[in-house]
Design a binder for this molecule. Structure first.
Ligand code: 5GP
Length: 181
């Protein structure tokens, strides 16, 4: 028996993290992959829980070792999925969720053509910008970089198997629930 690989993508600030948290409360059997990144931890983020926080040197060595399923540079930092735990969970028959950006989602589509790829959309760009600013954790430069990237990602939404608009949270969560189970 092999588990399913589910990819969740969507612009920064769209609420992927909050949706996933609620989804995992409903379905503790799902395994959410913990990514590695060179971004600095935000307040409250714990190494090994939210991310594995790596130096650039360590991240590059991990790429060279072939230990990442996919990786990308986003807003000036590296992000990537350690392959080993994902493979182990899939082999055990558990479904795995990757919460990753567009370039990574494209790599996964090539390596794992059976992966289910879901794109989360904001109701509109004004709402997205407000959500990123309200989070209050990013510098002005990082915010504009993330907004620019959001436009690029939204333009690629049709590459995905499914799209969910995160306007009403409960409706979006119900749609996600239906797709992953
Ligand atoms: P944040 O810095 O807001 O936590 O994440 C920035 C972006 O990186 C988000 O779009 C998030 O989905 C993406 N991301 C997080 N982990 C990974 C990963 O392992 N690989 C890729 N390609 N993107 C990731």
């Amino acid at each position: 028996m092999t588990g399913r690989l589910i990819v969740l993508t969507g612009p920064s600030g769209v609420g992927k993290g909050t949706l996933l948290k609620a989804l995992l409360e409903r379905h503790p059997e799902l395994y959410l992959s913990t990514s590695a990144t060179t971004r600095l931890p935000r307040a409250g983020e714990v190494d090994g829980v939210h991310y594995y926080f790596y130096t650039r040197d360590r991240f590059e060595a991990t790429i060279a070792a072939g230990a990442l399923l996919e990786w990308a540079e986003f807003a000036g930092n590296y992000y990537g999925t350690p392959i080993e735990p994902v493979q182990a969970q899939i082999d055990q028959g558990n479904s795995v969720i990757l919460e990753i950006e567009l370039a990574g989602a494209r790599q996964v589509a090539k390596i794992f053509p059976t992966a289910v790829r879901i794109f989360i959309l904001p109701p509109d760009l004004v709402t997205l910008e407000a959500r990123i600013r309200e989070r209050g954790t990013d510098s002005a430069e990082a915010i504009s970089c993330r907004l620019e990237q959001a436009t690029v990602e939204i333009a690629a939404q049709n590459e995905f198997d499914y799209r969910i608009v995160n306007d009403d949270f409960e409706v979006a969560l119900a749609e996600l629930d239906r797709l992953v189970i």
